[in-house]
Design a protein around this ligand. Sequence first.
Ligand SMILES: C[S@@+](CC[C@H](N)C(=O)[O-])C[C@H]1O[C@@H](n2cnc3c(N)ncnc32)[C@H](O)[C@@H]1O
Length: 316
Amino acid sequence: MSETTVFSHDPVMLNEVVAVFHSVPRGVVIDATLGGAGHSLQLLSSNSDISILGLDRDELAITTASERLAAFAERATVRRARFEQIDDVLESLHIDEISGALFDLGVSSPQLDRSERGFSYRVDAPLDMRMDQSQSLTAAEVVNTYERGELIRILREYSDERFAPRIADAIIAARPLQSTTQLASVVTTAIPAATRRTGGHPAKRTFQAIRIEVNAELDQLPRALESAIRHTRTAGRVAVISYHSGEDRITKNILREAETGGCTCRADLPCGCGAVRLVKRVRCTETPTSEELLRNPRARSARLRVVEKLAPAGVN
Ligand SMILES: C[S@@+](CC[C@H](N)C(=O)[O-])C[C@H]1O[C@@H](n2cnc3c(N)ncnc32)[C@H](O)[C@@H]1O
């Protein structure tokens, strides 16, 4: 069985993403989170004016996407890279301006479903959770070496876990933890019985927090979004699909900063602070339709935000 056959990921808000990039100027669109190339394939088929530069830090995603994009060889370039390296990748390809960028954040279905990756509390596997398997920090290291305060911080910051201190204490008492199911069971026991029965699997938030820590998911986002906006040409678009409040908060703040230029003036007065507005917000459907949610429950927390690059001040 080829890698492509085992990589199954339903692209989220596909029709909405295609609509966002339908009218962008001719040129390169970066798919910053290429995954199985689900969005990229549809973008290439629906808009013959664009080519795709696809990035991912996961080797399986790169192998799969390269196979799937082979039919579009002339219009698709794939690089294994982290999205905060956009500047370097563009420089290496001598590309200055792009027509837009798509960030479909979070994990892919194969990352969750392939037991050996250690992302899921449902299947027994070593505590890994690395998107990029060449990096050294793993979930096992976080769980077995982080101090109590650090564990509490990541549980609170990355997944609003209200039982963070109890979970941190239980993890420390159970060290060394080796596997996903062992961690899931320790977390479940640490949460009061009445709460365990509500709001999905009791270990879900802990697994999300550890995954975000292992992959430094939130640290890299602001720089990557700023680079994408900077390189986007007039009328090009940057779209972000986020899946949890931390990602969405960062996205909203970076897009708003680009939209207002950091303007500090009173809203009822003309701007006098010299702020330069880089983008305007594109109003579009922000959440998946009920039909999509029926077909793909993993899309349920998705939120799409889009901005369009403005002409530089004084240029029409
Ligand atoms: C939700 S999946 C994308 C799925 C893709 N849109 C599709 O249609 O198949 C997110 C992907 O982003 C990748 N990823 C996450 N953070 C990244 C980063 N900082 N740099 C590059 N890739 C990243 C993950 O490895 C994963 O393959």
